[in-house]
Write a protein that binds this ligand. Structure first.
Ligand SMILES: Nc1ncnc2c1ncn2[C@@H]1O[C@H](COP(=O)(O)OP(=O)(O)OP(=O)(O)O)[C@@H](O)[C@H]1O
Ligand SMILES: [Mg+2]
Length: 372
């Protein structure tokens, strides 16, 4: 089709294309009743004048953690004025000031001035408001691992959880959302003594669950009979093999777009094949964009190194020139990149102990550079 035709054509197979957007919150949130109940139980004491229960929300990617929190907070907002629930995306907000700005804005409707006022003024304003209005505060720190990269976590946890020591009667709670339970060991001892959380686990979905969730999306997103059972099965298999529901949802949107661009009223195998080719580059993009600071530094070094320098010893030296780290930390970073399937590590049988390692990029550097 000509570009004009594609843009102007108002025939569509999408009933609601928004349901394939990454920030869409589905009406039907399947298989998460027990986790939602557990979250509500943590908030319940606060409705009756008590202290909210702290929680750690744990589960691998795309298991519905963020969605669950958003749904619960929305409900509580409608239902009760006794709790102030603040959702913070720690990928975007990593400093103490930024995070308390989010709380401040939720209360007062405006951001505090960025400069010229000390942190304590903002903090005090928040806590006084909570005390005078007898409101409990629950802060959800989503993707809280980002705070550990910037080493701000302890202070922020402390600020929130020990507010009552300075402001009598203030009731605060914290939901930490994370994909790895290990994070507890990253907290200081004295934070650990006040942060004793309820663990709420989001298990990976089974194949049947994935399929039903995708089918639900299909029903809301496409007109009837646009997608066959077979194509949906293939999308489910692909999603399962990657272990990330987001891939399936993206793929549905992508394949719909491709069918539409081909002026087709149904989605065919060929459309799916071409969507999968596209999706591979999208998933590389998302892996790269989720790298932590040091992982990214090392990945960049590997990318820019000459073929000869892509051996562990040389890479370590190059890394040390930019970011001095122990060899053990370097090793961990390297293994993580391999785990993420960005690189392969091969033993050459050469070197001092016969264990010198060569690093091989799993994607060609053009494809990677496009994603960065
Ligand atoms: N049970 C479910 N029913 C319907 N849609 C779901 C369900 N679980 C997850 N999703 C969808 O999957 C996508 C990812 O969900 P969400 O962002 O809540 O996952 P997450 O656990 O926070 O992932 P991450 O750890 O990567 O942040 C979203 O589009 C969400 O709508
Ligand atoms: Mg999330």
């Amino acid at each position: 089709m000509a570009i004009d035709d594609i843009l102007m054509d108002d025939e569509t197979i999408f009933r609601n294309i928004r349901v394939f957007n990454p920030d869409y919150v589905p009406d039907e949130f399947l298989y998460r009743e027990s986790q939602m109940d557990a979250l509500v139980l943590c908030l319940r004491p606060a409705l009756k004048g008590g202290k909210p229960t702290n929680a750690v929300v744990v589960g691998s990617c795309a298991t519905g953690k963020t969605t669950a929190i958003k749904k619960i907070f929305e409900k509580v907002g409608e239902y009760s004025e006794g709790i102030l629930c603040v959702y913070v995306n720690c990928q975007l907000h990593t400093t103490r000031f930024n995070i308390f700005s989010q709380i401040y804005r939720k209360i007062f409707g405006i951001h505090p001035p960025e400069t010229g006022i000390p942190f304590s003024r903002i903090y005090n304003a928040i806590m006084k408001y909570l005390r005078d209005n007898d409101q409990a505060l629950v802060v959800a720190l989503d993707d809280v691992n980002y705070l550990f990269h910037s080493k701000n976590a302890n202070k922020i946890f402390y600020d929130i959880l020990r507010a009552h020591e300075e402001f009598e009667g203030v009731r605060t709670g914290l939901f930490a959302i994370i994909s790895d339970i290990e994070f507890r060991y990253l907290l200081d001892k004295n934070v650990n003594s006040v942060f004793i959380p309820q663990e709420i686990i989001f298990d990976p979905y089974t194949r049947d669950e994935m399929r039903s969730i995708l089918l639900e999306r299909v029903k809301v997103g496409f007109y009837p009979d646009v997608i066959s059972d077979e194509v949906l099965d293939e999308i489910t298999d692909k999603t399962m093999s990657i272990g990330d529901l987001r891939v399936g949802i993206d793929l549905l949107g992508l394949v719909g777009n491709i069918a539409e661009a081909n002026a087709s009223k149904i989605i065919t195998e060929e459309h799916l094949e071409s969507a999968i080719r596209n999706a591979n580059s999208i998933s590389l993009k998302s892996t790269i964009s989720n790298l932590s600071g040091n992982e990214r530094v090392l990945f960049n070094i590997i990318l820019e190194a000459t073929e000869e320098d892509r051996v562990a010893g040389n890479l370590y030296e190059l890394l040390n020139g930019i970011k001095p780290l122990s060899y053990a930390s370097f090793d961990r970073l390297l293994n993580k990149l391999e785990f993420l399937r960005l690189i392969d590590i091969r033993f050459t049988g050469k070197g001092m102990m016969g264990n010198s390692r060569v690093i091989i990029l799993r994607f060609d550097s053009d494809a990677i550079e496009k994603c960065m």
